[in-house]
Design a protein around this ligand. Structure first.
Ligand code: AMP
Ligand code: MN
Ligand code: MN
Ligand code: MN
Length: 280
């Protein structure tokens, strides 16, 4: 009997992942994933590429779920919302992607300017060149800073300049959480609060975020994410129970070289949870 194995949060080269869409699917099949959501940051290009391949790629071996990870802001903090089972051709998604792409291009310039005030040369063109056709993000800026010797590692670029609360963390440009959830719902998808334990906030603030997300029409939270510390899944399961959220699972895979996050790998989903795929 084939056991279903879900990974509902993954990235390709179309945003800040390292694999092409077909490489990601091949790896997923290799790792026994039966249901894979491709959820690039603010783009559905991976799904558009698949649609162009005579229907689909290896569709008898794996189920591909159309998804996206949209950037939003809540109380001045960057919050990621994954949209699952979306209609990638809907007006809502087309508008969302166009809007976010524009913001990402503006944001690079804003970050570059802030970095010049710290004595660095303008990184705009270099980072854009590195991103190429991909949806540009902070990882491209970080890589460019490494290439130019401004920092020694990508991790250092984030801890010193680009991570939460640092000079290059420009989150106030993103649309409000409510609007992002609305886009996903209008595209027929399920809005999922991504990696809830990764936001640095107090328990009280976290509960306010959950309540606002629920009021906005959010239906699920990621109970199990890649590289998540023990105990978080149980904590998130309790939140699901309280707010009537469905539970999602996803590795947030970006790159096979990142040994701490493997495709298809995350903590076990607590029994009490109702899985998000019941909504598909
Ligand atoms: P952006 O979408 O441009 O805001 O960039 C956020 C992305 O940067 C995340 O999705 C991660 O892939 C990556 N990222 C965030 N924090 C770090 C970090 N500390 N080290 C390396 N990559 C990070
Ligand atoms: Mn990323
Ligand atoms: Mn994220
Ligand atoms: Mn992600």
């Amino acid at each position: 009997m084939l056991i279903n194995k879900y990974d509902l949060h993954t990235h390709t080269k179309c945003s800040d992942g390292s694999l092409s869409v077909t490489q990601l699917i091949d790896l997923a099949i290799d790792r026994g994933v039966t249901h894979l959501a491709i959820t690039d940051h603010d783009t559905v290009n991976a799904h558009l590429q698949l649609a162009q391949m005579n229907g689909s790629y290896k569709e008898d071996e794996i189920n591909i779920i159309k998804g996206i990870e949209l950037s939003s802001q809540w109380n001045n903090m960057g919050i990621h919302i994954v949209g699952l089972n979306i209609d990638i051709n809907s007006i809502a998604i087309k508008n969302a992607v166009a809007h976010q792409t524009q913001l990402r291009l503006q944001r690079v310039k804003t970050i570059a300017k802030k970095l010049t005030h710290r004595g660095f040369p303008d990184i705009t063109e270099g980072a854009m060149r590195l991103a190429g056709d991909s949806q540009i993000g902070r990882p491209h800026i970080a890589q460019y800073m490494v290439d130019e010797g401004m920092v020694s590692t990508v991790a250092q670029a984030f801890t010193k300049y680009l991570g939460a609360g640092k000079v290059g963390d420009v989150s106030n440009i993103w649309p409000d959480l409510e609007l992002v959830v609305k886009w996903i719902n209008e595209a027929g998808g399920v809005a999922v609060l991504a990696h809830p334990s990764r936001y640095k906030m107090t328990r009280t603030k976290g509960r306010r975020l959950m309540a606002d997300f629920c009021d906005a029409g959010g239906q699920a939270i990621e109970v199990c994410a890649g590289n998540q510390v023990p105990g978080v899944a149980e904590e998130m399961a309790a939140i699901c129970n309280e707010f009537n959220f469905h539970a999602s699972v996803g590795s947030d895979f970006h790159n096979p070289d990142y040994k701490w996050v493997r495709l298809g790998q995350y903590p076990k989903l607590p029994k009490a949870c109702t899985p998000v795929w019941e909504l598909f």
